[in-house]
Design a protein around this ligand. Structure first.
Ligand SMILES: NC(=O)c1ccc[n+]([C@@H]2O[C@H](COP(=O)([O-])OP(=O)(O)OC[C@H]3O[C@@H](n4cnc5c(N)ncnc54)[C@H](OP(=O)(O)O)[C@@H]3O)[C@@H](O)[C@H]2O)c1
Length: 455
């Protein structure tokens, strides 16, 4: 497989801070439009009044089309959540049954987690109401059954905010590119990882310092495992593969590798040969096999992936007929995510009559593999002594791997000397076999860092 950023046909430039979120908060204040008498009011209930939920409420209060009306907010211990900027007729409740038995048309699930979110969504659909959710883990793990339930009930379930926050990638794949036959979707799906890697690169700080900084600024959770180990991105990738590649893939079948082993020296070596490092999510369909992974990788400095800074997301979709299309923008945050939620609400409200325009199901069940063929970057840290290169070269030769180049910068301690070997294109499984043997060599002072090179 050639993993490479080809030329884009269209580039939707990353939104700056004057996009969706600021239009709501600090832009000129716009009030909800009064509906004309013939327009049916569409009642909306919010489950969860946290970061995303309160932003959705803010947009609905300030600029939603007039026929949308926020009627319920449901949250545990709801009294502490009340705000004075919502209309007084909004019902604040802790009881989901109150929402289910009401005349609410669309229920927005933004509580997060698998339960009770799944139970509440099933009960909502069964009660004949449509659902909008931002919950990537729920959709990645249970999307097909929830979509099937929506189809049976002739209701909608929309989850545009579950991948890449405010970037309309799901509707772009499902509707904008529906005429093409997509075979590859890849990009940067986790803003936290992107922020951490950008900070290591720009300030040459350690992974742990960059993580601590991200946590202090609210870009990373107290427990960052989901983000840095790739679990968050692979849930999103599974959703994109279902939508864009029509491939029924479980998140757990996608290999993911952590960014925690990346050090500033990897950027120094990478930059030296024209690359930088990003956490890349990749899904490519070939002959009923889905090549998929989430891992840190070297990407060319001139690639759009290399220009994704801080918490931004970028997704590239490649089709047989239309070539490459790029979606980019704010991947998270209350307001950008809420924009995607409200767009889904507006879209459902526009689909009168209960036909489920969102309920397309995956069509194939491919074998999922991470055995990509790429060039590879290996960074070793060794206790220096004669014969190290010879020992490594012997293992590569026995595994049928060709060395491409050797990079060694001066100025490091001989007791902990980092150097890099790049390898010619070969299957990842060959590299893994070689790395197993290499891990037994006694001159290594830490495990070898292995990154694919996306030419
Ligand atoms: N934040 C983002 O940037 C972002 C981006 C994309 C997608 N999302 C997704 O959006 C969803 C919401 O995220 P968020 O950041 O808004 O989370 P959050 O700030 O933690 O808000 C969740 C809200 O739901 C309430 N809640 C949780 N469990 C509940 C339960 N069992 N019963 C009643 N209320 C409950 C919480 O109440 P308490 O205050 O009592 O905890 C809180 O008010 C998640 O699925 C997340 O993955 C978020």
């Amino acid at each position: 497989m050639a993993m490479g950023a080809s030329k884009s046909n269209s580039l939707k430039a990353p939104r700056n801070d004057s996009s969706g979120d600021v239009a709501v908060v600090s832009g000129p204040k716009r009030h909800a439009v009064v509906p004309s008498p013939e327009q049916k009011i569409c009642n909306v209930a919010l489950l969860g009044f946290g970061t995303v939920g309160s932003s959705v409420a803010r947009i609905l209060a300030e600029r939603a089309p007039g026929r949308l009306r926020l009627s319920h907010v449901c949250n545990r211990n709801v009294s502490r959540k009340r705000v004075d900027w919502l209309p007084p007729d909004v019902k604040w409740t802790e009881d989901m049954n109150e929402v289910l038995s009401s005349d609410v048309d669309i229920v927005v699930e933004v509580i997060g987690g698998l339960e009770p979110a799944k139970d509440w969504i099933c009960r909502t659909l069964s009660a004949g109401k449509s659902v909008v959710t931002a919950n990537k883990q729920l959709i990645a793990h249970h999307g097909p059954e929830l979509i099937e339930l929506a189809r049976r009930m002739k209701r909608h379930i929309a989850f545009g905010a579950s991948v890449a926050g405010g970037v309309p990638v799901i509707s772009g794949l499902r509707e904008g590119l529906a005429g093409d036959e997509l075979f590859k979707i890849y990009g940067i799906l986790n803003g936290t990882c992107n922020y951490i890697l950008s900070r290591i690169e720009s300030s040459r700080i350690s992974f742990s310092d960059a993580l601590a900084e991200a946590q202090k600024l609210g870009f990373a959770e107290a427990d960052p495992t989901e983000d840095v180990d790739g679990l968050d991105a692979r849930a999103k990738l599974a959703i994109l593969a279902r939508i864009g590649l029509h491939s029924d893939v479980q998140p757990d079948s996608i290999v993911c590798r952590s960014i925690s082993s990346i050090e500033a020296v990897d950027f120094e070596y990478g930059n030296q040969v024209g690359f930088t490092i990003r956490q890349i999510s990749w899904a490519e369909l070939k002959d009923n096999r889905l090549f998929a992974s989430v891992q840190p990788a070297l990407v060319g400095l001139s690639s759009p992936l290399a220009r994704v800074e801080g918490g931004q997301n970028l997704v590239m979709a490649t089709g047989k007929f239309g070539g490459e299309t790029v979606f980019a923008g704010h991947g998270a945050g209350g307001h950008p995510t809420a924009v995607a939620v409200v767009s889904d609400i507006i879209s459902i409200a526009g689909h009168e009559g209960g036909m489920n325009g969102f309920a397309d199901m995956p069509q194939i069940t491919p074998t999922v593999t991470a055995d990509f063929t790429t060039r590879h970057y290996l960074r070793f840290k060794v206790m220096d002594r004669p014969g190290i290169i010879a020992a490594l070269a012997t293992i590569f030769s026995e595994c049928g791997i060709n060395i491409d180049s050797l990079l060694q910068k001066p100025g490091y301690l001989k007791s902990s000397l980092p150097f890099v070997i790049t390898l010619e294109a070969c299957q990842t499984s060959l590299i893994e076999k070689a790395l197993q043997q290499i891990s037994r060599l006694d001159f290594l002072v830490q495990p070898t860092v292995h990154l694919p090179i996306l030419d």
